[in-house]
Design a protein around this ligand. Sequence first.
Ligand code: AMP
Ligand code: ZN
Ligand code: FE
Ligand code: FE
Length: 273
Amino acid sequence: MKIDLHTHTDRSDGTDSPTELMENAKAAGLDVIAITDHDSTEGWKEADEAAKRVGITLVHGIEISTKLGGKSVHLLGYEFDPGYQPLAIELRKIIDGRNSRLPATLERLQGLGIDITADDVRARSANAAAMGRPHVADALIELGVVKDRGEAFERYLTPGKPAYVDRYAADLPTVIGLVKAAGGKTVLAHPWSRGSHRVLTRDRIRTLAEQGLDGLEADHNDHGAEDRAVLRQIARELGLVWTGSSDYHGTGKVDFPLGSNTTEPEQYRRLFG
Ligand code: AMP
Ligand code: ZN
Ligand code: FE
Ligand code: FE
């Protein structure tokens, strides 16, 4: 049984529609796929219909932008009630924060002599719930300023670079509480990617487990072999589930194909069984 619990569609910064994601997941030989767009559940309904049609098990999920100790941390939430208002309100705040920083981002790029407008970004994010940095990156590619998203982040969009603008992110323990209150499960996405070792220490993960965290995404393309083994060990010690996922973004991210990391059936059953 092949299980992939972290993927994106064009409802956030992936490039497949939810229907295409289900078709591609089936073609990749997956039995179970989670749709986990950034801060949005907009793709769930279309994915439901397509999953039924192609014959694949769909897990309803989300990847929520949070902060812990001033650092960005991504939290995967699964099978929660999207109508639970305290969580829905928080998600709205995150989406609004992403949209409202766009003018400042564009002003900085224009200040660097790049002729980019909000319409350019809108054209790259037609189906998305919010305009994020990856869509700005896509507009920069279209304008011939950079060759891919990686270069756009490296040169302009990552913290410390000239067009980076901070945005609202929810407090991690608060969000874990909200997803749990909405009847869902919570897993830390790529806990040790991009230097988050420093904030997500073993002690901090223990505290989060006490606050209701269910699991750690150990197998992720951003983690080396040693980090994966240590994360699995921490999960064992704390009684947490460990997962593995692709973090597929369609053509938006190379080297993250569907099923490139998978979750063991036993861990899947611990989480949802
Ligand atoms: P935003 O929602 O605007 O803050 O953008 C965050 C998204 O940008 C993340 O979900 C990643 O998929 C993407 N991202 C972050 N850093 C990079 C990078 N260095 N290269 C490509 N994509 C990135
Ligand atoms: Zn993304
Ligand atoms: Fe992420
Ligand atoms: Fe992701």
